[in-house]
Design a binder for this molecule. Structure first.
Ligand code: UGA
Length: 430
């Protein structure tokens, strides 16, 4: 079977590389010519550890190639993965224009049976719409199946997650469609769950939303822990030993970001409101997340008196380590808040460069950590990059005007920082 992957962003590129590595011939198609050129030259359009090696390997092996011509590519492939973006619209709903465009072009171009697989995160009921869009675009009736196959990989560990999934969900109306997709994943050992397409779509939203619930629960609890002089990190560890709760996604901090959680929580909320069953818990998850960074900054302000004229170092820009993705990164809200309140902000990130137009007299980026902290009245860690864990804080302290460190990710050891003279402020650690 030949595989076509439509949309070569994070999910599409990783999917294409996974199937090339599993031995299939894969073509990645995208309307963005620059992206396709880069990929053809073995250059990833984003930072993701490990992916570039595999990209070069499969360009050389001939198992993976790229194109900008979807209509032509459709004719030569049996299975088509739709991996295009579904960004948030203003009302929180998911914008399906790219899914629709892909479905319409596929419908108009296909000349024999195709298995279409939706990997883009799409609202419940979209598979049915895709079927309709394809049928409407066909000039004559040609059989096809549309299967929902949500993706659960994380940025920063995309390759590992793709090769070691916790589960593969296949939402299919037909047994044949589900079996064909299973065959494609041939070597991956994990539970396979076959459901209806709508259920598969819901599993994706429910999974991301539930993880967001865990984080917001811990962030809200952290605020209480600060009042009670209790350590949220110890609370999380104590809870995590209970296998019913699990250890993961209990880290309190400055809130969740990225291209998925904020968008998917809002999209599910939008669906629930449209159907008259608003998910109240998720409304609170959003509200807690959108105020968490302010809560953290106000703890800093309490110690500084005011942000006016203060020099603040912001350490980490990406929404989490291991990626250069700044979409919905809490660091951006933190920087805006600080600048709005009169601070002079100096940022650092080991990977991300702040876009030049965003830099102003009050906002500069430094490549070196020591330079970033030089003369600072306070610093805040926004991303738990290993560079910050390994830094020589005793020497960095000497560069600062005031040794105030707000650890927005609870990643450093309080005692060690205090021992070298820092005023250390964690989140939910009293
Ligand atoms: C998330 C999901 O984890 C993936 O399973 C899913 O496939 C993906 O979204 C998607 O829908 O495409 P990702 O956005 O890459 O993956 O990042 P996560 O590792 O889940 O982290 C999301 C945010 O939560 C980050 O800002 C992170 O710092 C924050 N987080 C995570 C916490 O604040 N505390 C935690 O304990 C864990």
């Amino acid at each position: 079977m030949n595989i076509l992957v439509v949309g070569v962003g994070y999910v599409g590129t990783t999917t294409a590389l996974l199937f090339a590595e599993l031995g299939w011939n894969v073509v990645g198609v995208d309307s963005n010519e620059r992206k396709i050129q880069d990929l053809e030259n073995g250059v990833l359009p984003f930072y993701e550890p490990g992916l570039d090696t595999l990209l070069k390997k499969h360009i050389e092996s001939g198992k993976l190639s790229f194109s900008t011509n979807l209509s032509e590519a459709v004719k030569h492939h049996d299975v088509i993965f739709i991996c295009v973006g579904t960004p948030s619209m203003e009302d929180g709903g998911a914008d399906l224009q790219y899914v629709r465009q892909a479905a319409t072009t596929i419908g108009a171009s296909m000349d024999d049976y195709k298995l279409l697989v939706t990997k883009s995160t799409v609202p419940v009921g979209t598979q049915r719409q895709v079927v309709q869009w394809i049928s409407e675009a066909q000039s004559q009736s040609i059989p096809f199946d549309v299967v929902s196959n949500p993706e659960f990989l994380r940025e920063g560990s995309a390759m590992h997650d793709a090769f070691h999934p916790d589960r593969i969900i296949i939402g299919s109306d037909t047994e044949a469609g589900a079996e064909q997709l299973k065959r494609l994943y041939r070597d991956l050992e994990c539970p396979y769950l076959v459901t209806s397409p709508a259920t598969a779509e819901m599993i994706k939203y429910a999974s991301n939303s539930f993880l967001a619930v865990k984080i917001s629960f811990m962030n809200e609890l952290a605020r209480l822990c600060d009042q009670l002089d209790v350590s949220i990190s110890d609370v999380a560890e104590g809870m995590g030993y209970d296998t019913r709760i699990g250890r993961s996604f209990l880290r309190a901090g400055i809130g969740f970001g990225g291209s998925c959680f904020p968008k998917d929580v809002k999209s599910l909320l939008h669906t629930s409101k449209m159907l008259g069953e608003p998910l109240r818990l998720l409304q609170d998850v959003v509200a807690i997340n959108e105020t968490q960074y302010i809560y953290v900054l106000e703890r800093m302000r309490k110690r500084l008196g005011s942000f006016q004229g203060k020099q603040i170092a912001v350490l980490g820009l990406s929404f989490k380590p291991g990626t250069d993705d700044m979409r919905e990164a809490p660091s951006l809200s933190i920087i805006s808040y600080l600048v709005e309140h009169g601070a002079i902000v100096q940022v650092h990130d080991p990977v991300v460069r702040m876009p030049a137009p965003l830099l102003t007299d009050n906002l500069a980026q430094f490549a070196d950590l020591q330079d970033t902290l030089s003369g600072a009245d306070a610093a805040i860690i926004c991303t738990e990059w290993p560079e910050y864990a390994d830094a020589d804080w005793a020497s960095l302290k000497k560069a600062m005007k005031q040794p105030l460190l707000v650890d927005g990710r609870n990643m450093l050891n309080r005692e060690r920082l205090q021992a070298v003279g820092f005023t250390y402020v964690g989140i939910g650690n009293g």
